[in-house]
Write a protein of this length. Structure first.
Length: 86
């Protein structure tokens, strides 16, 4: 299992993220507090709202697929919760 923190600052970023993950070969979860949703679900993502730091987790052992996914979603990844205040 791999994980990274992500934050979405606009609807355009949400749309771009969904396009990037829709064909990922494994399951993806997004977690905010105690709530966990399907990370490929646009409705679930919109339910969390914007400007919240979420934890993205993949259920894969395929490091190559994980690295490609990280490249595609680098626009929304964050190293810590600093972006949350934006």
């Amino acid at each position: 299992m791999e994980s990274v923190k992500v934050v979405f600052n606009s609807m355009e970023e949400c749309e771009r993220y969904i396009r990037a993950v829709e064909n990922f070969p494994s399951n993806i979860d997004l977690q905010c507090g105690s709530r966990i949703i399907d990370g490929k679900s646009v409705l679930g993502l919109l339910g969390f709202g914007l400007r919240k730091v979420l934890e993205l987790r993949t259920h894969t052992e395929d490091t190559e697929a994980w690295e490609k996914l990280l490249e595609k979603i680098e626009f929304c990844t964050c190293e810590d919760e600093i972006k949350m205040a934006i």
